[in-house]
Write a protein that binds this ligand. Sequence first.
Ligand code: KPL
Length: 304
Amino acid sequence: MRWAVVGNGALGSLVAIKLQQQGLQVSLCPRQQPAVGHLQLSFSNQHYQLMTTSFEQLEPGTCIFAAVKAYQVQPLLVQLAQAQLLERCPLILSYNGMLTHEQQLLPAHTLFWSTTHGAYRQGPLLVHAGVGQSWLGYSVPQAATANNPPSPWLVPQIQQQLAAALPPLAWSDEIKLVRWHKLATNCLINALTVIYDCPNGDLLQLPVQQLQMQLATEIVALAKHEQVSLDAPQLLAQARQVMQKTAANRSSMLSDVRQQRPTEIDYLNGFVAQQSAQLGLAAPANTQLWQQLTEITQGYLGLQ
Ligand code: KPL
């Protein structure tokens, strides 16, 4: 199977290199098309050359692995549709947070990859900063399993190649639950690292636990409306574990703010705030963080 990786951020680059190390044919598809050439990366003291290519050049059946920001998903789907790839290629998506009307937006065969691996890029240098684990599953919650896929492609083969490249990888029929857990972890960590301008681990020493508990409680109430059962103390414990394991890491949101890029706040605390408001649920803690971060980003993006 051929692979195309969209998004040459840290996770996309890591997956691309790991797949290439398996002897698989991998190309990078930058979102700014067209692009044909090579990307040089240095990883674990070795140099890697990844071929870059345009969507138009991808062969039908190429497995497209997109590790992108939440706000890049919709434009990416448009690009893939224009290149007539949506119906012709398996698609794996990975992004932080959730989009509204996700089920309508995504093709039914879309797979989600959720991970706790940590990686960062400094120019051509790629660092696998934290070894974690990953889950793969269908975006559509109906009874789709690896043995009963709504997909014409060889999902078990996709899973096996990805698992060999970057283990451990588990199949999940509950990817929705996995994603809600990840949403909660990001909602409890990312914006706070921006407000305190600190690495993830420093939050453990700061007086934020009560606020994090409130954020978690609001997420639990919203998830219940989606028939997802979560537990606030468990979400807090899970986030604290991530803060410990990634203590020295800068969150993706803090990196975005430091580099004056848009953040994913609308798809994290903003998603919780907006969805809760629509359902008449109070979510003051998530709403406040959303507003604070929006003000910070508007300050440098100039979108007043
Ligand atoms: O996913 C992350 C992020 O930075 O976006 C966490 C889990 C907070 C690790 O840094």
